[in-house]
Write a protein that binds this ligand. Structure first.
Ligand SMILES: NC(=O)C1=CN([C@@H]2O[C@H](COP(=O)(O)OP(=O)(O)OC[C@H]3O[C@@H](n4cnc5c(N)ncnc54)[C@H](O)[C@@H]3O)[C@@H](O)[C@H]2O)C=CC1
Ligand SMILES: O=C(O)CCC(=O)C(=O)O
Length: 386
């Protein structure tokens, strides 16, 4: 029986994949795996039983990934599973940033007791004029699953789109419209674009990347959308840029006290992925990743260990997380040979400082041999699946 701890509400479309071999819930203890959305695990005490964490979503900044790697905990996410939901909300935000839709709705609501509301509304509408997006320049920073969809859709809406992503994947490059112009650096986006939208993960390199210096490069009255992460922006600098009119609008999916009630700032409560379609997609993908890992040791869509997939053809499988260092495989193979155990299949892949090994055998691997593998230098943990 596998135990999966839920740290957020997860769609039943995914949970239904768990069969009678699984127990899941928010209160269970000594879990084998954790399934979550945005809940923070930074203060969480992982027991030695935790083998995997699945983030039903894209961003993993709520998970202490390096600490997990050191403990041999495989962290998964669900690339692209919520990208369309975010794209649609970003398109909505593009219009909200341009036409004074929110402000005008708020104003009309103040006319509750006005007997000539029709006339008053007509008279007041000139206060809410805003430009069309067609023909304007949009800069998209980060051309991954979301950025590509946003760039392509904005292009179809008649915008002149500039993209910047120095680490773009081959898949994203294939998916990106040929009409999207390649910015030579991020500053070109800041200097050129009327609208800027950011779609990069929050990492030590991107935190605070939207700051005083960058706002100074932007066109007067530029509009900025942030549906990626709140900490990409230095809030104090952002407030100044909005107050001075450098930015004519900031729309973000990440609430902060200092934004509340401020003119020209619209804050949403992290709604990007909140559609039934995206919640179902993420849950399905996350549960399937966890199941294949717990039952077969296969890894797909991990952010800290390499992708590994080996068909199950033998009685016993050893799943080994280890440091990426010389001689590990030689030591394991020697232990097998010394005990007259035959390796049927073996795969080893590395990723940065860590590696993952699957060894299949039809022989019974005694507990004392497992313990000797575990004790070898560089080995983090060993799991046996029968
Ligand atoms: N508001 C919401 O509900 C949601 C927010 N997100 C946020 O959006 C981010 C992006 O999501 P996806 O597009 O699905 O991820 P992704 O991993 O497909 O794309 C991220 C892209 O950013 C690029 N990148 C990384 N560092 C960069 C840098 N310094 N400059 C330019 N590009 C850089 C990468 O090369 C990659 O192409 C997530 O990490 C998450 O923080 C994601 C989903 C929902
Ligand atoms: O699960 C959510 O609602 C947030 C989604 C998100 O921010 C992400 O996938 O990075």
């Amino acid at each position: 029986m596998y135990k999966v701890k839920l740290m957020n509400k997860i769609s039943s479309e995914g949970l239904d994949y768990f069969n009678e071999d699984y127990e899941y819930g928010e209160t269970l203890e000594n879990e084998d795996a954790i399934l979550l959305r945005s809940a923070s695990l930074h203060e969480y005490e992982f027991t030695n039983n935790v083998k995997a964490i699945a983030r039903a979503g894209a961003g993993v900044n709520n998970i202490p990934v390096e600490k997990c790697s050191e403990k041999g905990i495989v962290v998964f996410n669900t690339p692209g599973a919520n990208a369309n939901a975010v794209k649609e909300l970003v398109l909505c935000a593009l219009f909200l940033s341009s036409r004074k839709i929110v402000e005008s709705i708020e104003w009309v609501n103040t006319l509750k007791d006005d007997e000539n509301i029709g006339k008053t509304a007509e008279k007041g509408k000139s206060n809410f004029v805003g430009p069309e997006i067609e023909g304007k320049k949009l800069g998209v920073i980060g051309l991954g699953a979301i950025g590509v969809l946003v760039a392509n859709a904005a292009n179809k809406l008649g915008m002149e789109v500039y993209g910047y992503d120095p680490f773009m994947s081959v898949n994203s490059a294939w998916a990106l419209s040929k009409h999207v112009r390649k910015a030579k650096d991020m500053d070109e986006i800041f200097k050129t674009c009327d609208y800027i939208t950011v779609h990069v993960p929050s990492t030590k390199d991107t935190k605070g990347m939207l700051n005083k210096e960058k706002f100074a490069l932007m066109k007067d009255g530029a509009r900025l959308l942030n549906f990626a992460r709140g900490d990409l922006v230095v809030n104090e600098d952002l407030l100044e840029a909005v107050e001075t009119g450098k930015l004519s609008k900031y729309i973000t999916d990440f609430a902060a006290q200092e934004f509340i009630g401020k003119d020209n700032i619209i804050v949403l409560p992290h709604l990007g992925a909140s559609t039934p379609e995206s919640e179902d997609n993420c849950a399905r993908m996350a549960v399937q990743e966890l199941k294949d890992f717990l039952e077969n040791g296969n890894i797909k869509n991990s952010v800290n260990f390499p992708a590994v997939n080996q068909p199950r053809e033998s009685k016993v499988r050893l799943c080994i997380t280890n440091k990426n260092m010389p001689n590990i495989l030689a030591r394991i193979s020697k232990l097998f040979a010394d005990h007259n155990l035959n390796i049927e299949n073996m795969v080893n892949r590395s990723r940065g400082d860590y590696a993952y090994t699957l060894i299949d055998t039809n022989d019974d691997v005694r507990q004392d041999i497992i313990e000797r593998i575990e004790a070898a230098e560089g080995i983090i943990n060993v799991r046996v699946i029968k």
